[in-house]
Write a protein that binds this ligand. Structure first.
Ligand SMILES: [Zn+2]
Length: 202
């Protein structure tokens, strides 16, 4: 906790003054253009990876970057998606998976999660991804395949939310699926149809 307090002091002393104009502007304006849905994993930092300034990304982070499909019973994730799309009018949504994801590893390796029942229940939102990951894949290859399949499955879930479906039908919204590699910093666009799918090469 002492590290956090020192960090706040450093922010106020060194960072805030350098961006004072930006923060003054943002005090009365919230106009992000992108909803970024990433994993809660501490190593996956949306603003760092995309080099976005405060105010530019609307962020939802969940374990395994899972997006429950629409149900009649709204939850915090559904509300945040609806707010970003219908109220803030974001034009792009990124679902970003990542290498060495603990959630995807637990599923790929069929780990015993009886000691973490909430996690086990939550990971059911990856059932479709798990179902299409080939059983022939093993070890790290299986985790990597599941990470990619999971991003695609969560994009499909995302499209079931009425606000997203409406914006997609108007051509006002684009969905992107990314996989971030922690060791190399590479970002792969898994929704791209061409072989040259590194985001930086697009
Ligand atoms: Zn993760």
């Amino acid at each position: 906790m002492r590290d956090l307090a020192a960090g706040v002091q450093r922010f106020q002393r060194d960072v805030f003054p350098a961006k004072a104009e930006l923060f003054a502007d943002l005090a009365n304006r919230h106009t992000p253009d992108t909803l970024f849905i990433g994993c809660s994993d501490a190593r996956v930092v949306p603003e760092l990876i995309t080099q976005r300034e405060p105010g530019e990304l609307f962020v939802i982070r969940t374990a395994g970057n899972l997006v429950p499909a629409h149900t009649p019973y709204a939850d915090g994730i559904a509300a945040s998606i609806e707010y970003a799309v219908a109220v803030l009018g974001v034009t792009d949504i990124v679902v970003c998976g990542h290498s060495a994801c603990g959630a995807m590893t637990a599923l790929a390796e069929r780990q015993d999660l009886t000691g973490a029942p909430a996690v086990a229940d939550w990971l059911r939102h990856a059932d479709a991804a798990l179902a299409r990951t080939p059983d022939s894949a093993t070890g790290g290859e299986r985790v990597a395949a599941l990470v990619r399949d999971n991003v695609l499955a969560q994009l499909a879930h995302l499209a079931t939310h009425p606000s997203v479906a409406r914006a997609l039908s108007r051509g006002a919204l684009t969905l992107h699926g990314w996989v971030y590699d922690i060791a190399t910093g590479a970002v792969e666009d898994v929704t791209a149809v061409t072989a040259a799918s590194a985001v930086t090469a697009a």
